[in-house]
Design a protein around this ligand. Structure first.
Ligand SMILES: [Zn+2]
Length: 436
């Protein structure tokens, strides 16, 4: 089986260390493919057959391709994913130098597997507010938001030697306040320690006093790699959920204009509960859907009809059977790498899939000969939650929760199958060509 999208996926993973860089890369791809950027603070004029996108907070994107028919006739075919990944966020202004070691204090962002972050060559990325006036007069300060990615590894969170922590292999709880500070400098006695602001300012080509508040994260600088006897395994950071994002993006770009309006939504902040203006639990989806309808002169009732006729594929990575931990899974629901996308179901609706929405996704896969799998967790374990139930309960849109199977979800280095990526792009491209 050919894997034409994997190289581009790997490039996207390597160049998207945070949701800000991911959104920036998506914006560039969409612009290159003829999508026009809309501003939420301005009136919209939409032309039939054209393609558009909206960016919120530099970290969430809503892209759409207008259908040949109006939304109240067909509804919207929507797919959604998230751009953020669990990790360590640098405390703004929390750097300090002690005994010539410069350390960055961090907070947990979401729920990373903490031990995987130690002894790694870490880099730093995110966004920084930069003063663009040339004076130090605070009353006239003007700020510009700049994306920054150091790219080179600059930091490490070293483990303590086993001789000083003999019990470490019996399980050790890392304290986020004390044990996870990242070392960015171990200066010699006579050298001048650089501050963290100095390093960021040098990267951005500005002076240290120009650096204001920032949203910066540590990330693993190791690039994505294909491994396995047939190079069928992909290991990388942030597969959850940049892999699903890349699949949706590829599908909406490659699909032909259909009767139905296609939409691709990439949220931020799923890993911290989605309750932000750019998260799934916000006005973003509803506002953009309404405005697409209103810009085409649909009245309120037609707008509501448009939403009720819509369908959402909520795509977030799924857990594959781990060969070393088979007891963690219901033996009747075994999902495997490279066996196709997984439909997720849960009685408590922590996944939004219903029998009805599952049937639609199954028929999409069958139409293009894509294999699919189903997962229901063990009855004595609690499932995760994702963007599907949040979006569907707010808007009343029929939703299926799906995701490609992976190992080590929330590790700094996650693992997936390359064929599943191709399968899902094929299924989603067909989905976008369908009439609801
Ligand atoms: Zn996820």
């Amino acid at each position: 089986m050919k894997t034409p999208h994997i190289k581009d996926l790997m490039k996207f993973l390597d160049n998207s260390p945070t949701s800000f860089q991911a959104a920036g890369n998506i914006e560039k791809t969409l612009s290159d493919k003829g999508f026009v950027k809309l501003d939420e603070t301005q009136p919209w004029k939409l032309a039939s057959g054209r393609k558009y996108f909206v960016v919120r907070n530099q970290s969430a994107i809503f892209a759409f391709v207008l259908g040949k028919k109006k939304p109240h006739q067909t509804g919207f075919n929507i797919s959604a994913s998230h751009l953020d990944s669990p990790g360590l966020k640098i405390k703004c202004g929390g750097d300090k130098t002690e005994r010539n070691n410069t350390k960055l204090a961090v907070e947990l962002y979401g729920a990373p597997i903490i031990s995987t972050w130690l002894d790694r060559e870490l880099s730093i990325a995110g966004r920084v507010m930069v003063r663009i006036d040339d004076k130090r007069n605070r009353s006239s300060a003007k700020w510009e938001s700049r994306l920054v990615n150091l790219a080179e590894p600059v930091a490490v969170i070293p483990n303590v030697a086993i001789h000083l922590n003999r019990e470490v292999n019996k399980g050790f709880e890392y304290n986020a306040q004390n044990h996870l500070q990242a070392i960015i400098q171990a200066s010699g006695i006579n050298s001048n320690p650089q501050t963290f602001k100095d390093i960021i300012a040098a990267t951005l080509g500005v002076k240290a006093y120009q650096i204001g508040a920032y949203d910066l994260f540590l990330y693993d600088s190791s690039p994505a790699l294909r491994i396995g006897a047939d190079k069928e395994i992909l290991v990388s950071g942030r597969l959850d959920n940049l892999a699903m994002t890349h699949a949706i993006l590829s599908a909406i770009i490659e699909s032909q204009q259909a009767d139905t309006t296609s939409a691709a939504i990439f949220y931020d902040n799923e890993e911290i509960s989605s309750m932000t203006p750019e998260g799934a639990d916000s006005s973003f989806t509803e506002e953009v859907l309404h405005r697409i309808c209103w810009a085409q002169n649909l009245n309120n009732e037609q707008t509501m009809i448009s939403i009720r006729k819509s369908f959402l594929v909520s795509a977030d990575m799924a857990n594959a059977l781990h060969p070393n931990f088979p007891e963690k899974y219901d033996p009747a629901f075994i999902t495997m790498l490279n066996h196709g996308p997984v439909i997720k179901m849960n009685a408590s609706q922590r996944y939004a899939t219903t029998a009805d929405s599952s049937a639609r996704f199954e028929s999409i896969c069958e139409a293009v000969q894509v294999p699919f799998q189903k997962i229901i967790n063990r009855s004595d374990s609690i499932s995760g939650i994702t963007i599907g139930p949040i979006t569907s309960s707010h808007l009343g849109i029929r939703t299926v929760d799906i995701g490609n199977p992976m190992w080590a979800m929330h590790s700094i280095r996650e693992t997936m199958g390359v064929y599943d990526h191709e399968y899902l792009i094929k299924a989603l491209t067909y989905y976008y060509s369908q009439s609801s």
